[in-house]
Write a protein that binds this ligand. Structure first.
Ligand code: ASP
Length: 311
């Protein structure tokens, strides 16, 4: 066990994870998959611990998989959404966290539309905090489940050519994946229209090894993994795209583009998908598309992280 692992209380992004720690979490997730394949998908590891899921922003996959993960470890799970809580009466995030602590929460899983909200919670909460997605900043458990899915199919991450295509500017998935993929030695290319990428220097200042492309056909040639991202209309200021149709023509993963890729190239998407915008329905159901496996792996990865953070 690395020192980082031994001391870790929070998982706020992958930027402070070493490659060894990431690999260890993926190994733990493999063991959790074995638990999930049993008839009784539950172990007593977190019995008596309380995990609170605080979701201030919409979620299907992440919220349900954190709930299932905590239950599979026998934790008490409470799911909290801003709607219907005292947040609607104006209670601040810090007061809400103090309240949860006073109620006996041991771990908090938080999704928030403000970047940095999980870091704020971590400063005011005595237990562990897991970031389930904050603004455009980070989504570490998504990146871990993506890494697990890639590793399962392609054996290792080192040396793989991974292309992330789409609305990168607004994507916390892209940022966390950049940390994880580059730490484990993948060659990452970001591909987007300039308006959905932002200044190239912003990316290369943080991840100097990353390549930038504005042409999807060039970017995906010879790729081992193509990760399509959702066009995040809810975070988009007007005027970033001429039209959805034009965007799709230039950047969507279409059956024609799929046909030009190798049979072993993995097609991924974090969901939710805009089918017919960034990915075509025929691509979603293609044999080398692993989107459902990504979702399945999300439970095991979140179990692994809850287990390791609980110490
Ligand atoms: N589900 C992912 C997230 O929460 C990706 C997306 O919403 O497009 O960031």
């Amino acid at each position: 066990m690395t020192i980082a692992t031994a001391r870790r209380r929070h998982a706020l992004d992958l930027d402070d994870f070493t490659p060894e720690e990431i690999e260890e979490i993926l190994d733990t997730a493999e063991s959790m998959k074995e638990v999930l394949s049993r008839e009784i998908k539950q172990v007593p590891t977190l019995r008596g611990r309380t995990v609170v899921n605080m979701f201030y922003e919409e979620s299907t996959r992440t919220r349900i998989s954190f709930e299932l993960a905590a239950r599979a470890l026998s934790a008490n799970v409470v799911s909290f959404t801003a709607r219907g809580s005292s947040v609607e009466k104006g209670e601040s995030l810090i007061d809400t966290v103090r309240t949860l602590q006073a109620l006996g929460a041991d771990m908090v899983v938080i999704r928030h539309n403000q970047s940095g909200a999980p870091h704020l919670v971590a400063r005011h909460f005595a237990g562990g905090v897991i970031n389930a997605g904050d603004g455009r900043h980070a989504h570490p458990t998504q990146a871990l489940l993506d890494l697990l899915t890639i590793r399962e199919h392609l054996g290792q991450i080192r040396g793989l050519k991974v292309v992330i295509v789409g609305d990168i500017l607004h994507s916390r998935v892209a940022r966390s994946n950049l940390w994880g993929l580059t730490r484990l030695g993948a060659e990452v290319t970001l591909c987007a229209p300039p308006t959905l990428l932002g200044p190239a220097a912003y990316w290369t200042a943080t991840w100097p090894q990353v390549k930038i492309s504005y042409k999807v056909d060039e970017a995906i040639a010879g790729a081992d993994v193509v990760m399509a991202l959702r066009l995040q209309k809810e975070r988009m200021q007007a005027g970033l795209l001429p039209s959805l149709r034009e965007y799709s023509r230039a950047y969507a993963i279409t059956p024609e583009r799929l046909a030009r890729l190798g049979e072993k190239t993995l097609i991924m998407h974090p969901g939710p998908m805009n089918e017919g915008v960034e990915i075509w329905p025929e691509v979603v159901t293609a044999p080398n598309t692993v989107i459902d496996e990504q979702v399945t792996n999300g439970v095991a990865v979140r179990m692994a992280l809850l287990y390791r953070l609980a110490g």
